[in-house]
Write a protein that binds this ligand. Structure first.
Ligand SMILES: CC(C)(COP(=O)(O)OP(=O)(O)OC[C@H]1O[C@@H](n2cnc3c(N)ncnc32)[C@H](O)[C@@H]1OP(=O)(O)O)[C@@H](O)C(=O)NCCC(=O)NCCS
Length: 150
């Protein structure tokens, strides 16, 4: 379980922790970004590996999940850092920990539908824009980005 500064990253392993992840997504995507609850939540919530970042007090402050697309390809999804904890390196710690775990799980490449305001965030983590075509998901502009893990 990597600890960076005061932040700890864990792969979700209990129903309670999964609920904590879903609560962060509710706050960030449904309340803050006005994504529809029927779009935000889907059947992969029950089967995909999820990760959580906790602060020093043990509170869950960030989450993401990975969907298996086959042949070593994973799709990074639902990347969310609670508003009060942004721009403190939490997103970076989360993605880097997920990538380390994902390599051990047999993934070799990640893609992400990146909200266009986050392109630089992903670029700083080694991702590149695969296709510059901007597309809408729930009215939010996105581009396809990718990154080789190994
Ligand atoms: C996008 C998000 C995950 C970034 O998390 P974060 O914890 O703020 O990011 P970090 O602090 O780890 O940032 C790492 C680097 O990316 C940069 N960065 C972070 N967000 C950025 C943004 N929106 N635009 C440009 N650069 C950004 C940081 O400045 C930092 O750069 P540095 O290493 O040069 O200092 C977070 O803002 C978030 O949850 N947003 C709302 C949900 C969302 O849009 N999710 C993405 C769905 S694709």
């Amino acid at each position: 379980m990597p600890v960076v500064n005061q932040f700890t990253v864990e792969q979700v392993s209990t129903p309670e922790a999964r609920e904590e992840a879903l609560q962060i997504r509710f706050d960030v995507f449904i309340k803050e970004q006005r994504v529809g609850p029927d779009v935000e939540s889907d059947e992969y919530d029950l089967i995909d590996p999820h990760w959580l970042v906790r602060n020093e007090a043990g509170a869950a402050i960030a989450t993401a999940r990975v969907t298996d697309k086959g042949n070593g390809l994973g799709k990074l999804e639902r990347v969310a850092v609670c508003e009060d904890y942004r721009k403190q390196g939490v997103g970076r710690i989360l993605i880097q920990a997920i990538e380390r775990d994902a390599l051990k799980m047999g993934f070799s490449q990640f893609i992400v539908h990146a909200q266009t305001h986050c392109i630089q965030f992903y670029e700083k983590l080694g991702y590149h824009v695969v296709d510059e075509t901007v597309f809408l998901e729930d009215n939010i502009p996105h581009v396809l980005m990718g990154h080789a893990l190994a």
